[in-house]
Write a protein that binds this ligand. Structure first.
Ligand code: BJW
Length: 243
């Protein structure tokens, strides 16, 4: 076991929020089975039909406010890990929902953006946003219309917080990937990055083997609400296994 103050990096994906009532992307009943990526999740789609893209994110923003959409025991366990682990726990999420914050996680990077934020393409203001957005909504900062867009990272755009993420991947002793299919880069490449260093234990926690499953030192399969709390309990009790 390594010394207790070691850094832990956790990557989460849509699977961790599935049992909170939010759809994943690539499962049979997932978002990409209902809408095409090319229609809603690229800068080109937004230029072509901004109303269509705004409506897609308006619906998901509204969905986040449904009373049944609340953090589940997996989100709670990661917040507990951050609180009780003596070293740094960096939580990197690909999810744009706010369930990690609601569960109490603080050291958190939303690498694909946040559904409850919008930014103005004219004045660069970034702001909290709870309501629907339209192509004529004026920016509360500069007053211009048509510049507010969802603060999300579409295909071909640069994910957020990458410097801090790679800095932590370079020093961590444990990398854990939870509820992600491993289809989307650069997140899908994190395990390889950690593996080449040879100094960290890596674990996949997912419903089923992901694209990169064979790259991990260890894998545990099952619903996140069951396997994540048990895994966190184990790490807090036994520490991190040697790489
Ligand atoms: C459960 C469960 C339960 C279910 N319990 N588990 C060719 C080769 C390589 C790369 C590229 C390429 N061509 C283009 C690229 C780059 C591209 C990319 O990766 N494309 C691939 C499709 C090939 N990537 C980009 O463009 C990114 N930007 C970029 O690369 O910039 C350049 C760069 C260069 C150098 C360094 C850094 C950057 C941007 C990617 C943006 C992704 N955006 C989206 C949508 C926006 C946000 C939103 O609307 O929500 O982000 S796409 C979508 O996929 C969303 C997600 O965050 C992302 C990942 O999905 P995730 O979380 O893995 O969900 P699923 O559904 O795929 O998987 C769920 C998993 O959970 C499954 O395994 C289930 O089994 C499991 N599960 N229930 C536990 N109860």
């Amino acid at each position: 076991m390594t010394e207790p103050a070691s850094t832990i990096v956790i990557l989460t994906g849509a699977g961790i929020s599935k049992e909170s009532g939010l759809d994943t992307f690539r499962d049979n009943d997932g978002i990409w089975a209902k809408v095409r990526i090319e229609d809603v999740a690229t800068p080109e789609a937004y230029i072509r039909n901004p109303t269509r893209v705004q409506e897609f994110y308006n619906a998901r923003r509204a969905g986040l406010k449904e009373p049944n959409v609340v953090p589940n025991p997996a989100h709670d366990a990661l917040a507990r890990l951050e609180k009780d682990w003596p070293g740094e726990v960096l939580l990197v999420t690909q999810n744009i929902d706010d369930l990690h914050e609601r569960a109490g996680s603080h050291n958190l990077i939303h690498m694909h953006g946040e559904l409850l934020k919008v930014r103005c393409e004219y004045c660069d203001a970034l702001m909290q946003w709870e309501d629907d957005l339209s192509t004529t909504t004026p920016c509360p900062h500069c007053g211009r219309k048509g510049g507010l867009r969802p603060h999300v990272v579409w295909f071909g755009e640069m994910p957020l917080g990458m410097d801090k993420i790679y800095e932590s991947l370079d020093t961590c002793r444990l990398f854990v990937s939870i509820g992600t299919s491993g289809n989307v880069y650069p997140a899908a490449g994190f395990v390889q990055h950690v593996r080449y260093r040879g100094l960290a234990h890596s674990v996949e926690l997912n419903l089923e083997p992901s694209q990169g499953a064979t790259l991990f030192s260890e894998a545990i399969y099952g619903p996140a609400t069951e396997i994540v709390p048990a895994f966190v309990e184990r790490i807090l009790k036994d520490g991190i296994p040697a790489p």
